[in-house]
Design a protein around this ligand. Sequence first.
Ligand SMILES: CC(C)(COP(=O)(O)OP(=O)(O)OC[C@H]1O[C@@H](n2cnc3c(N)ncnc32)[C@H](O)[C@@H]1OP(=O)(O)O)[C@@H](O)C(=O)NCCC(=O)NCCS
Length: 177
Amino acid sequence: MAADLRIECRDAASAYPEVARLEPVVYTPEKMAHVAWHEVEWAHAERWVLGWLDERLVSCAGIHRRKIALDGTPRAIAGIGGVMTHPDHQCRGYSTQVLDEANAAIAADIAPAFSLIFVEPHNVDFYAHRGWGVFEGETIVEERGRRRPFPYMGVMLRDGTEVAPERGTIDMLGKPW
Ligand SMILES: CC(C)(COP(=O)(O)OP(=O)(O)OC[C@H]1O[C@@H](n2cnc3c(N)ncnc32)[C@H](O)[C@@H]1OP(=O)(O)O)[C@@H](O)C(=O)NCCC(=O)NCCS
């Protein structure tokens, strides 16, 4: 059985140095050399859910909030980004626990219309099994000061105070996460 994960929620300033140590272990330079999105400028999370084994960070997820436009109408949404588990500790349910905590924190503290995550094709099933649905519409992001469709990843949504849309245009009015 997997060891117990200690989960905590931290503000970005105190969490990010820890996350920055885990990131290159998950997204190794070899892996990054082959991804099309390696130069994307990502938005910074406002908070992080961290999963610890003793003093070792093994899993995390960042929480975002944003006013976006859905078909031109403003919506206050939340988001999750930076989901990762140390390769030596994957498939033990750690990311599931971290995501459960992130979803609970979002519902309690943000109560968004819906939540949004950017997902690579190979991870769609992972999120589909955890309550996220594929958004079939178009997503516009800000990239180096210009607004343009985001070509690198799909978007999945999770219901909040509203049923998440399946189609339409989401303008992120900012960077992706
Ligand atoms: C995707 C990732 C976060 C999952 O973390 P994890 O801690 O291993 O996840 P869990 O142990 O909670 O869940 C694993 C389960 O999901 C399944 N799973 C893992 N990756 C999957 C994928 N890409 N597609 C479908 N299922 C997947 C596993 O088979 C396992 O199934 P089980 O519950 O039946 O055993 C981890 O593989 C990772 O860090 N990947 C690299 C970074 C990344 O792609 N992050 C996602 C950014 S959106």
